[in-house]
Design a protein around this ligand. Structure first.
Ligand code: ADP
Length: 275
């Protein structure tokens, strides 16, 4: 609490009253602290890959570049880490644009059922390609229904959210895992859920995974090329749509991510006039 105290004096010099102004600075202090924490996080996140790249380059420079057993691998790691850093910076910039309110949302009406099916078709293609290339296997199940569910969304941005959750489900799934996408609705919202059979998320971490840079297992996420920003961006986008995003999980059995978006069922009067 910040207090300022002033006396009200008359021209004659007599004190005729006083004013005390009390400012609640806890909110401001909290913002400043979280900003400091954020800068510290960004610095650490960038220093870690830079330090490891520095070590690789130093070793190459000291002669390892001549060793065909070592050099290609070191260069590969360096390239992957550079790519991850570029991705991280792009994601930070896009978060910063959202923080400033500088991101325009291009709302359009879509049938959410078709929209999700279209995105899942893309992932089915990846499944097929993976099988050809002998990569990790997984199956995508759909429980979408056939009813048209019209919602007003920014299709690029919501596609980015679904992509992110699907990619996580794949990343954290075991070989042969099943990923199930289900779409339900009630009178005021549609709910898309994406369930995996992966390693799950400990209960105490569930609410934190949407925070910037928060990962349950930093080393694992980094090894998979993760930045720890995907879910933070997803949350911003969903909230810009006045929706909610959350997750449930049972450890070692899998996780389910939910996205809820505002929806109004069409009433009789809203039917298109076919004539
Ligand atoms: P990352 O780039 O690390 O994947 P995200 O913001 O997408 O960053 O996710 C944050 C963290 O949430 C991940 O590092 C992981 O610990 C956890 N997580 C996200 N999705 C899943 C999932 N499907 N199964 C288990 N853990 C998950």
């Amino acid at each position: 609490l910040h207090a300022s105290f002033s006396l009200i004096k008359r021209v004659t010099g007599f004190v005729s009253g006083s004013v005390c102004v009390l400012h609640d600075i806890t909110e401001q202090q909290k913002n400043e602290n979280s900003q400091k924490q954020f800068v510290s996080n960004v610095s650490h996140e960038l220093r870690t890959p830079l330090t490891s790249m520095h070590a690789y380059i130093e070793t190459l420079n000291e002669g390892a570049w001549k060793d065909p057993n070592v050099a290609p691998k070191f260069l590969q790691v360096t390239q992957e880490e550079t790519e991850r850093m570029i991705r991280m910076i792009s994601e930070l910039l896009s978060l910063s644009r959202m923080d400033r309110g500088a991101v325009k949302i291009n709302f359009e009406w879509v049938n959410f059922n078709d929209f999700v099916a279209h995105i899942l078709d893309r992932f089915d293609m990846i499944v097929k390609n993976n099988q050809k290339e002998g990569k990790k296997k997984y199956t995508i199940k759909r429980q979408l229904g056939t009813q048209a569910l019209w919602v007003e969304i920014d299709t690029d941005k919501i596609a980015q959210v679904i992509d992110n959750i699907m990619n996580n489900a794949i990343k954290y799934s075991p070989n042969g895992g099943v990923i199930t996408a289900s779409l339900t609705h009630d009178d005021h919202r549609i709910i898309l859920s994406i369930a995996d059979q992966g390693l799950g998320i400990p209960r105490e971490d569930l609410s934190k995974i949407f925070d910037r840079f928060y990962r349950v297992d930093k080393a694992r996420s980094r090894a998979q090329g993760g930045t720890g920003l995907g879910l933070a961006i997803a949350k911003e986008i969903v909230e810009q749509h006045r929706g909610q995003i959350w997750a449930t999980s049972s450890e070692n059995r899998g996780s389910t991510f939910y996205i809820a978006l505002p929806y109004e069922p069409m009433s009789e009067g809203d039917e298109w006039d076919e004539a």
